[in-house]
Design a protein. Structure first.
Length: 482
């Protein structure tokens, strides 16, 4: 890569923040920016710094050449079919994902998955080394790329390297199960700043550096084996609060919400769940609690109905297929026992929706259930709160979501305790309006001050990015400076 394209700010993530749009009859691809919070947060810095985002563009085989979209340079990394199975579905999503989420499903270990994980991490590190200008700042994202910081440092010792983990970091006893635990730990220690969603996760990491490598962490800093100080701290991620509020306030969404409520038979109470169909999200426990409440008469159809959006996810992995079978069997059972003609008790939607449709669902949800068994943060909980422009509605939130530390006024619950889940659901359904408003107002205020830009600014400041403040001051309007 020539110096003319070298960037002083580089993001490295498994996925590029774009979706490919294929128009029949036209040759060549067109791309659209995907709506995620991460890209919203990083876009101003990428624009201001003429930055580059490195990641997989989707699809198997050769990757497209680097291109520019909305002032961001995008540098696609190829993955072939074997790498998708071994690096992505295998080591990332069938070893690390369950292990890091308290092993709520049994993690599988296979040596050829590890080899592929190493090989793909090396490819991302090499690409970052080629794209980064001298002394550039490189920010590596998430569990798929934990080896990149150390690999990149070996190639380019001049860089400032940050790493952020979006999912939990497990307690030491669980991490110790990982056959290549030392490589992962040393991989992360290649960064100058390792960011986590919660203080507990940062502590778990620091404790491991002592236990496995004999290092001596003090407060948030540990001196790595090469003598460099590495900061490990929590930077809880958030949403683009203003844009979520803006969508919720639009006429299109308000009208759609009215339509949806009518289509559901205008029930007194709508309980909503929106999750990727993932075994960490506690969907089964939630359905079971709802079934028991219908069964003992504490809740009843058609006064109360549940809407469960379960976005399709990782459908080639067996644990996910098994979960789908279980959830769909349970939905069928509940509807068979408690539904009426034309009025199911659970409206189950195994589909993806537009942001507007999700916002309309948030608006009609009197009670929102976010009950993961373990979750790094959970942005759905934050999106629901930000959408509640009237300050009404009740959020039932698992203690095991990172979001519980931020949304303290939610109806918090241990989702493993079925009786507790049932009584908190009933308390939320019956909560008086003034109590709902008191809780919701406090949480909405918090999210206005703690949005995703606040998160990015906090991390980048710790990493020593001098221009961070300027990028956010001008907020999206600065031209690319090449
Ligand atoms: C990981 C961590 C952490 C969902 N369905 C649709 C849709 N979504 C959007 C939501 C939300 C996002 O996807 C899901 O984010 P979560 O945070 O809830 O969960 P994960 O996907 O597991 O994310 C998590 C996060 O990373 C960030 O660090 O919070 O703990 O596991 O924004 O709205 N969006 C659209 N259609 C859908 O059908 N448009």
């Amino acid at each position: 890569m020539s110096d003319s394209t070298a960037s002083s700010f580089v993001v490295v993530a498994n996925r590029l923040p774009v979706d490919r749009i294929t128009t029949p009859g036209s040759d060549g691809d067109t791309w659209r920016r995907s709506p995620g919070g991460l890209v919203t947060a990083l876009h101003p810095v990428l624009q201001a710094e003429a930055g580059t985002w490195i990641g997989w563009a989707g699809g198997e085989g050769p990757a497209p050449s680097p291109f520019t979209l909305d002032g961001m340079r995008l540098s696609p990394v190829p993955l072939d079919a074997d790498e998708l199975r071994n690096y992505y579905e295998g080591f990332s999503n069938a070893t690390l994902w369950p292990l890091y989420h308290d092993a709520v499903e049994q993690p599988a270990f296979h040596r050829h998955w590890w080899k592929s994980y190493e090989q793909v991490n090396a490819r991302f590190a090499e690409r970052a080394a080629a794209e980064a200008a001298p002394n550039a700042l490189v920010w590596v994202q998430d569990y798929q790329l934990q080896l990149v910081p150390a690999m990149l440092r070996r190639l380019r010792p001049d860089l400032r390297i940050g790493f952020f983990l979006h999912i939990p970091f497990p307690p030491t006893e669980l991490f110790m199960q990982l056959p290549r635990r030392l490589d992962i730990l040393r991989g992360l220690l290649g960064a100058d700043v390792v960011g986590f969603q919660s203080p507990g996760a940062a502590q778990n990491f620091l404790r491991l550096t002592r236990q496995l490598l004999g290092l001596k962490p003090r407060a948030h800093i540990v001196e790595a084996e090469d003598g460099r100080p590495v900061r490990a701290e929590s930077y809880p991620i958030s949403i683009d609060t203003a844009s979520v509020e803006q969508i919720a306030a639009s006429d299109v969404v308000a009208n759609r919400a009215k339509e949806l409520r009518a289509e559901l038979g205008d029930p007194k109470t709508i309980i909503l769940g929106v999750d990727r169909l993932d075994y960490t999200k506690g969907i089964e426990q939630r359905l079971k609690a709802f079934r028991e409440l219908l069964s003992n008469g504490e809740l009843s159809v058609p006064d109360t109905v549940m809407v469960q959006v379960a976005t399709p996810s990782r459908e080639r992995i067996e644990h996910y297929r098994a979960l789908r079978r279980t959830v769909e069997r349970e939905v069928g059972r509940i509807n068979g026992d408690f539904g009426r003609v034309g009025i199911p008790a659970v409206h189950y939607l195994h589909q993806s929706y537009s942001r507007e449709e999700l916002a309309a669902l948030y608006l009609i949800a009197d009670v929102m259930t976010v009950t993961p068994l373990r979750d790094g943060m959970n942005l759905v909980a934050k999106e629901y709160v930000a959408s509640r422009l009237n300050n009404d509605g009740a959020l039932v939130l698992s203690e095991f979501a990172g979001a519980a530390a931020d949304l303290k006024q939610a109806f918090q619950v241990n989702p493993h305790d079925l009786d507790a889940l049932k009584s908190v659901l009933v308390a939320a359904v019956r909560s008086p309006l003034d109590e709902q408003r008191r809780r919701m107002r406090a949480m909405r205020r918090y999210l206005r001050g703690h949005d995703v830009k606040h998160w990015a600014r906090g991390f980048l400041t710790a990493l020593g990015a001098p221009e961070t403040a300027t990028a956010y001051d001008s907020d999206n309007i600065r031209e690319t400076s090449t």
